[in-house]
Design a protein around this ligand. Structure first.
Ligand code: PMP
Ligand code: GLN
Length: 390
């Protein structure tokens, strides 16, 4: 009999919410504040470098571990930005976006039955890839309205079977930027229990109000046990390029590379020299982008509050979270599915990023502000005039 259903390793993994909500936005002509992609492209000089690479013969496989110029540029970035010295030949691997970095890290490092402490709500590829790797997730919930880590809950999540912490800061979808104190607690726990930290820092440059993103690998004793993932998408408004990187101890990077070679072998050859250029000659771009995004965040948060939605002010990322309880709704998924009809706007129900759909995320909705000011303003005026009550 031909197979008629997905393999058991995919049991219970739903289709990604981003596909459903972007299709809904297209179908209904709604303003899409759901799936996060900017509506303005990154630096023209970087795009020109990709065109030059396409026309200049960079059209065959790049080395599996990545274009040497890009690996050097990533190592330089980590040194310049965080003071972390890396050997570009053994401590940097280029991935097809951070998404492949996450997949290759989990497939390359996690054994079946290993427990992985992970912040909830989580980016949706984490539970999917953890399940495919056979890992067991141990969520630590960031609770509204301030979405901080409860350090007692964090300590309680660690058991004798825990081997990894999967961290994300700045955090999607809450916008939390972990503080030095929170990261130090995490580091203390990792050292005490001999855990490896996998940290997803794709929003590393997108922090607001003068805050600093601290990379956990910079804390004492952490460089040797931390695998750091990032990518070009968010920092340079090039989300469609899907070029990312994994950095850290050679043994951890080698594990990523061992899995990555069988996933994609290599990533888009002409884009890699262009990303190297972004990291070297356009290193100021992410800072200017963050300044612009902070203003857009304020525009969005003010609009959401004016429309009657309690909204937390995010410290970083592309996202703000609202609580829909005051409007009489008790289910974010139902709210988001109705929103195009009610107001012509699309958002993401945060409950899909929690283990329990009836739990602490049920009333939370995520809005993306990586859009032109006029687009955010249009969405906010639609929300303001609509009757959003249940
Ligand atoms: N991690 C987080 C937290 C994200 O929000 C995203 C979304 N882009 C990714 C990873 C995936 O990054 P990329 O597009 O580089 O694969
Ligand atoms: N990272 C994007 C978000 O959180 C989505 C990327 C994707 O569609 N997988 O909206």
């Amino acid at each position: 009999m031909p197979a008629s259903s997905p393999a058991r390793r995919l049991d219970g993994i739903p289709p990604t919410i981003f596909a459903e909500m972007s299709a809904l936005a297209l179908r209904t002509g709604s303003v899409n504040l759901g799936q996060a992609f900017p509506d303005e492209d990154g630096p023209p000089g970087v795009i020109a470098a990709a065109v030059a690479a396409l026309e200049g013969g960079h059209n065959q496989y790049a080395p599996s571990i990545g274009d040497p110029a890009l690996r050097r540029a990533v190592a330089d970035h980590q040194l310049r930005r965080y003071g972390i010295a890396l050997d570009p030949d053994t401590q940097v691997a280029i991935t097809t976006g951070a998404t492949e970095g996450i997949a290759a890290a989990l497939l390359g490092l996690v054994d079946p039955g290993d427990e992985v402490v992970v912040l909830e709500p989580y980016y949706d590829s984490y539970p999917a890839m953890l399940q495919m790797a056979g890992g067991v997730r141990r969520p630590v919930t960031l609770r509204s309205p301030d979405f901080r880590i409860d350090l007692d809950e964090l300590r309680a999540a660690v058991t004798p079977r825990t081997r990894f912490v999967l961290l994300n800061s700045p955090h999607n979808p809450t916008g939390t930027v972990l503080t030095r104190t929170e990261l130090e607690a995490m580091a203390e726990l990792a050292i005490e229990h001999d855990l490896t930290v996998i940290t997803d820092e794709v929003y590393e440059h997108l922090v607001y109000d003068g805050r600093e993103h601290i990379s956990i690998a910079t804390l004492p004793g952490m460089a040797e046990r931390t695998l750091t993932l990032s990518s070009v998408g968010k920092s340079y408004s090039l989300t469609g390029w899907k070029v990312g990187w994994a950095t850290g101890p050679a043994a951890l990077v080698a594990a990523v590379q061992s899995a990555k070679q069988w996933l994609t072998f290599t990533s888009g050859a002409p884009l890699q020299p262009a990303v190297a250029k972004a990291l070297t000659t356009h290193s100021e771009y992410p800072h200017a982008l963050a300044k612009e995004l902070q203003e857009k965040r304020d525009l969005l948060c003010a609009g959401l509050r004016a429309a009657g939605l309690q909204t937390s002010t995010p410290q970083g990322t592309y996202f703000a979270m609202s609580d829909i309880t005051d409007l009489g709704w008790d289910d974010g998924l139902a709210f988001c599915r109705a929103l195009p009809q009610l107001a012509g706007v699309v958002a993401i129900p945060a409950q899909v990023f929690y283990d329990d759909p009836h739990g602490p995320g049920r009333h939370l909705v995520r809005w993306a502000f990586c859009k032109k000011r006029e687009v955010i303003a249009e969405a906010m005026s639609r929300l303001l005039v609509a009757d959003l009550r249940a």
